[in-house]
Design a protein around this ligand. Sequence first.
Ligand code: PGA
Length: 251
Amino acid sequence: MPTPIIIANWKMSLGVSASVKLALSVSHKVIGVKNKEVVLCPSFTSLGRVGEAIAKTSIKLGAQNVFWQEIGAYTGEEAPGTLRELGCQYVIVGHSERRQNIYETDEMVHNKIRVCLQNKLVPIVCVGETYVERQGGYSNDAVFYQLIKALSGLTLSGSRQLIIAYEPVWAIGSGHAEDPIEVGKAFRLIHRTLHDLWPERIIKKHIRIIYGGSVDARNTRRFTQLEFFSGFLVGTSSLKAEEFAGIIKAI
Ligand code: PGA
């Protein structure tokens, strides 16, 4: 397995002080953890203070979004360079909550991934089927097209890294993680689709595939043996330091 990565997506759940407090608490609990990458993604307004809080630890900082231009008249957006300045190394792109609530399109997702790669930020690209797509038997098509539209035409070279987070939309925040057998099938589909875009040596060197959707400290081990498994994107369970540390230690 490549170095596993465990990413906390704090969404819009915490204010600045609460984010700093949780960051400090997580950093204490993961002291001594080796050969794992831990990333915290607080809201934009908390990035600076959380970045300071974890500066002397091995924990890394990520943002939950980015704009697809580098500078200009884009009121309310955040530039990739600014995120770098705050210490971010990762950016969540195309989360289903943004696709649904902000109507983020595949084209926007593609442009955001491109700008991340051009600015030494690692995009965490979220893909996954909705409940309706699953019921209709279109899960594979949904994931395949999201990937093709997001990733076609991008160059992976040098130190560029990409993370694909498979997150079935209906599993997010539901308390019901997807069956590991189904996750395994989705991972294989993702890997096959990546093969349509890049040769194996590029995939191996530059891409990791992770799972997200109601991961907790108890169900973690059900996923870790899956082929292509490289980590988790964690929402609800990342809001409690003990629970999040439990996930990290279980890998
Ligand atoms: P969840 O969220 O762990 O609460 O399901 C995952 C996510 O939205 O990335």
